[in-house]
Design a binder for this molecule. Structure first.
Ligand code: NIG
Ligand code: FE
Length: 404
C-alpha cells in the first residue's frame, strides 16, 4: 500500500470553491496523502480515522497552498538575447528586429548549435529556479529548433526535466513559432512540414499539446488552422499565442478547435472573448512579456472577468520577451499592470493554470487532487502577489514527496 502521511500544523488556503468564495482558508489545517494523492484536506480536529496509522509531519504553522503551475514557458533554448534587449532600449522594435532576422531566429540558430546535454543543463537550471519558488507543474514548449530533429531534441529535454518526479512537465509542440531560414518565402511549405513532423513526434511520446504563433510576424490564421487540423487528427489539444501584437482573430479560431488556452491576448476582441467563453478556453495572461516589450495596450481583463473566462497567469519564460524566472513576480505584475485581484492572480498560477493544461487533478487542496503543495513563510495567501524579489517558499511537496 502507498505510504500514508498526515501533514499537520498548517494554515491551508485550499482555493476550493468559486472565485467569490475566496481563498478557502482553514486554520489549524491538515492534509492526508496516500502516495501521490491527497485523500483528505481540512481542519485537523476533523481528520478521518485512517489518519491515525499515517506517518506525521509537522509543517510548523506555515501557510500551505496548492503547488504552483507555470502553464506557458519556452524553457529549452541555447544562447540569450541581451544584445537585442539593448537594441530595443535604443529604439528598435521587437517586430523590426524579428523582420531583420533577429528575434526568435537568432535563438533558433543558438539552439540548433547546442547539444542535447547543453540544452538540458541550461533548461534544468531554469526549471530549478521556478521550482525553488514552489512550481510543481511546468509546461515547456518547443519552438526554437524548427526542424524535425531539433524540435525532437528540445521536447526530449523537456521530458527529461520531468523525469525525476520533482516537477511534472507537460510538453507542447510549437513548431509553428517562426519561419526557419531554410523555408524563407515558403511559409506554407513550412507549415506542411510541421504537420508532417507532428505525428512522428507524437508517436515518440513527446507531445501533450500543440501551439502556434498566430501573428503578422508569425503565421496566418489559415496556416494556424492547418496545424490545428493536424493536431485534431491525433486527438491532441491545442493552444495559441493569440492577439499579442494585433487582432488576427486567432482566439476565435483556437476556440473553434476547443483550445485549452489562448495566451497573451492584449488585442483580443469581444468576439474572441465570446468564443473563448463558449469553448471553455482559458485566457493565459503573460505580464512579463507585456512589461519587457513596454506594451501599453492591456488585455481586456474586465471583459474577460465579466464573461467568466477563467484567467491564468504565467511567466512565458523565453529569451526574447520574458527572460524572467519568477512565477510570483508574474502574479505580482498581473495585479499591478493588469489589475487582477490577488485572489485572481493566485488562482491564475494554480487552479486556472491547471485548466490551461487540461488538468483537473491539481491546483486545489482537496481529496483526489495530486499531493502537490507548498508551505510558505507568509500569513495570508494574498502576499503571494504582494512581495516581489523575495522568495517566501519554505517547503515543497510534489507528488506526495517532499523535495530535499
Ligand atoms: O511568447 N510570441 C512569441 N513567442 C514568445 C517570444 C519568443 C521570442 O522572442 O523568442 C512569446 O512572447
Ligand atoms: Fe510564449
Amino acid at each position: 500500500m502507498a505510504t500514508r502521511t498526515l501533514w499537520h500544523h498548517a494554515r491551508l488556503a485550499t482555493l476550493v470553491g468559486g472565485a467569490d468564495d475566496g481563498w478557502g482558508l482553514i486554520d489549524d489545517g491538515a492534509l492526508l496523502t496516500e502516495g501521490e494523492r491527497l485523500v483528505w484536506a481540512g481542519p485537523l480536529r476533523e481528520r478521518p480515522p485512517s489518519a491515525c496509522e499515517a506517518a506525521s509531519v509537522d509543517l510548523g504553522g506555515l501557510l500551505v497552498t496548492p503547488g504552483l503551475i507555470d502553464c506557458h514557458t519556452h524553457l529549452v533554448y541555447g544562447g540569450q538575447r541581451a544584445a537585442e534587449a539593448e537594441m530595443r532600449l535604443n529604439g528598435a522594435s521587437y517586430e523590426a528586429i524579428a523582420r531583420a532576422g533577429g528575434g526568435i531566429r537568432s535563438t533558433v540558430a543558438a539552439t540548433r548549435a547546442a547539444s542535447e546535454t547543453e540544452l538540458f543543463t541550461l533548461a534544468a537550471r531554469r526549471a530549478q529556479a521556478l521550482m525553488d519558488e514552489g512550481v510543481t507543474t511546468l509546461e515547456i514548449k518547443s519552438g526554437y529548433g524548427l526542424s524535425m530533429e531539433a524540435e525532437a531534441r528540445c521536447l526530449r529535454v523537456a521530458r527529461q526535466i520531468g523525469s525525476d518526479r520533482q516537477v511534472d512537465v507537460r510538453t507542447t509542440f510549437l513548431g509553428a513559432h517562426a519561419l526557419p531560414p531554410e523555408f524563407d518565402g515558403r511559409p506554407d511549405d513550412y507549415i506542411a512540414a510541421v504537420c508532417e513532423w507532428l505525428p512522428a513526434l507524437h508517436a515518440q511520446g513527446l507531445v501533450d499539446a500543440v501551439d502556434a504563433f498566430c501573428e503578422n510576424i508569425g503565421f496566418t490564421p489559415a496556416q494556424t488552422r492547418r496545424v490545428f487540423e493536424a493536431a485534431k487528427v491525433l486527438g491532441l489539444p491545442v493552444k495559441l499565442h493569440a492577439e499579442q501584437l494585433s487582432d488576427q482573430g486567432g482566439a476565435a479560431l483556437a476556440a473553434s478547435f476547443g483550445a485549452l488556452s489562448c495566451d497573451h491576448l492584449e488585442h483580443l476582441s469581444a468576439e474572441g472573448i465570446a468564443a473563448m467563453k463558449a469553448a471553455g478556453t482559458v485566457a493565459v495572461l503573460l505580464p512579463g512579456a507585456f512589461y519587457m516589450l513596454r506594451e501599453t495596450r492591456l488585455p481586456p481583463i474586465a471583459a474577460l472577468r465579466e464573461a467568466g473566462v477563467p484567467m491564468a497567469v504565467s511567466t512565458d519564460h523565453n529569451p526574447g520577451t520574458a527572460p524572467g524566472l519568477s512565477l510570483l513576480l508574474a502574479a505580482h505584475m498581473a495585479c499591478t499592470f493588469f489589475r487582477l485581484t490577488p485572489l485572481e492572480a493566485v488562482r491564475g498560477i494554480t487552479v486556472h493554470a491547471a485548466r490551461a493544461l487540461g488538468l483537473r487533478d491539481r491546483g486545489q487542496l482537496a481529496a483526489g487532487q495530486r499531493a502537490d503543495f507548498v508551505a510558505w513563510d507568509l500569513d495570508h495567501p494574498n502576499e503571494l502577489a504582494y512581495w516581489f524579489g523575495h522568495n517566501p517558499c519554505r517547503r515543497v511537496v510534489a507528488g506526495g514527496q517532499e523535495r530535499a
